[in-house]
Design a binder for this molecule. Structure first.
Ligand SMILES: NC(=O)c1ccc[n+]([C@@H]2O[C@H](COP(=O)([O-])OP(=O)(O)OC[C@H]3O[C@@H](n4cnc5c(N)ncnc54)[C@H](O)[C@@H]3O)[C@@H](O)[C@H]2O)c1
Length: 458
């Protein structure tokens, strides 16, 4: 079949894979190829055992794969054939040198830019899909324009706002699609071309065009705002525990104000995921590099409050279990950083597991999708860790349950049966406030929710 356009995506991760699957599904006249250096990942994208778990993703991939959606490791060939290249490689926090622990590590992104220059034989639109520091496109343009072939590359920013766990739905019905371009004739033309892809299924009024720098910065700001709301309610949860106010009642009362709303104001053990922390720290680093220390300090507190919330949770477990958890069997219900994903990057579960192991607890990790990643995260740590997908087996002879991830299956468990199999006194530490605390208390558990009065039999 002759396709009207060749789209390439470099980086077959949580963003590249789902985004391209939906573009392929909605634009049958485009050939969409996703390439990656990771052969195992590409192998899994070509199988029914996808490398990531997202509700609805396998169906979407199956519907387009082999027709107009292809996964491959042939990067040079992919670059040569492409009219449009989405760059969706990872941009983690730098772990070394200048800006370590704060700035974005742009080595994968820069390598991609050099590969594009090396293998291109015709003009292309280069789309920044990865989350990048503001003004990265300037550097991208410089690298791309240093080619002796006189090829024009137009750089466009199209940050991705999907949330893991609902990625397919978010891609099918996005709140908005953001496209930033240079404010030049060729910049506007490129933005129109990218908008035309999304216009296959996204209402035109939801496609926002801006200048390049606003698009790059909007992504960092969106994540900072979302994380800030979580840290704000978590800060209040600590005060609730001192005053016997109930943080869920506060969330409802405060969120009922339509100016505030209910999203992202549920108290929890804290945010995780590969993006929030890294994007805020990157924002902080950028602000400092412009001498905006007050602005940097303001946003840095969002991350510090998140660390504090996780520390508080661990300390509470230790304190309430009589200040020792040596050899006590503690079950982490959930390990993914949120429900409906197997992703554990920056999950509060990692921090919690490490701390509990340091205290020599015997850990059982129970998660419907994240055990494979949990094993990798905790590999090499000293201590006893058992990975058990079945919550009933996991909790046998356990002394405490700590809820880490808000999976629906955990809400529906038969806690009478679980209680019967546990050692007494039995504890529940609900790091997501998803369980029916009064009912658990009636069954016999000692219950420690977040930001609410505890319910104990002592
Ligand atoms: N995960 C999310 O929910 C999410 C949401 C919005 C934006 N983002 C941003 O999107 C970007 C990608 O995130 P992700 O979660 O998909 O990362 P990821 O680690 O899952 O995937 C990135 C992929 O890029 C590949 N890669 C790296 N260098 C390469 C190269 N030179 N050539 C080919 N492949 C290469 C890696 O092998 C990896 O498979 C990041 O900037 C992230 O901040 C992520």
């Amino acid at each position: 079949m002759k396709f009207s356009k060749n789209i390439l995506c470099i980086g077959a991760g949580y963003v590249g894979g789902p985004t391209m699957a939906i573009i392929a599904l909605k634009c049958p006249s485009y050939k969409v190829t996703v390439v990656d250096v990771n052969e195992e990942r590409i192998g899994r994208w070509n199988s029914d055992d996808l490398p990531i778990y997202e509700p609805g993703l396998l169906d979407a991939v199956r519907a387009a794969r082999g027709k107009n959606l292809f996964f491959s490791t042939a990067i040079p060939e992919g670059i040569r054939a492409a009219d449009i290249i989405f760059v969706s490689v990872n941009t983690p926090t730098k772990t070394f040198g200048l800006g370590a622990g704060m700035a974005s590590d742009l080595q994968y992104w820069e390598k991609t830019a050099h590969q594009i220059v090396t293998y291109s034989e015709k003009p292309k639109i280069i789309v920044e899909k990865s989350t990048l520091p503001v003004r990265t496109a300037e550097a991208m343009e410089r690298i791309l324009s240093e080619n002796k072939k006189n090829i024009h590359f137009e750089v466009v920013s199209n940050p991705e706002f999907l949330a893991e766990g609902s990625a397919v739905n978010d891609l099918l019905e996005p709140d908005r699609v953001l496209i930033g371009s240079q404010q030049t004739e060729s910049g506007f033309k490129a933005a129109r071309e990218i908008a035309a892809i999304y216009a296959h299924w996204v209402p035109i009024e939801k496609i926002i065009t801006t200048n390049l720098w606003s698009a790059e910065l909007s992504k960092l700001v969106a994540n900072a705002f979302l994380a800030q709301r979580i840290s704000s309610i978590n800060a209040i949860s600590a005060l609730c525990e001192k005053t016997d106010a109930d943080v869920a009642e506060i969330s409802f009362a405060v969120g009922s104000d339509t100016r505030i709303g209910f999203e992202f104001i549920n108290a929890s053990i804290g945010f995780g995921g590969s993006c929030f922390k890294k994007d805020i720290l990157n924002l902080v680093y950028i602000c400092r590099s412009y001498g905006l220390n007050e602005v940097a300090d303001y946003w840095e507190k969002v991350v510090k409050m998140n660390d504090y919330q996780q520390e508080r949770f661990v300390k509470k477990i230790i304190k309430e279990m009589f200040n020792t958890i040596v050899a006590k069997k503690i079950v982490l219900l959930g390990f993914a950083f949120k429900a409906n994903t197997g992703d554990t990057r920056e999950s509060p579960g990692i921090y919690l597991a490490k701390k509990l192991l340091e205290e020599r607890a015997a850990l059982v990790i129970c998660d419907p999708q994240a055990l494979e990643n949990a094993r990798k995260d905790l590999a090499g740590l000293e201590g006893e860790v058992v990975y058990e997908p079945d919550p009933y087996r996991a909790t046998q002879a356990a002394q405490a349950i700590a809820v880490i991830t808000e999976w629906d299956v955990f809400k529906k468990l038969d806690f009478e049966k679980i209680f019967a199999g546990m050692r007494k006194p039995a504890f529940v530490f609900d790091g997501r406030n998803i369980l029916d605390h009064r009912r658990l208390f009636q069954i016999g558990f000692n219950v420690f929710p977040l930001g609410k009065p505890s319910l104990t039999h002592f």
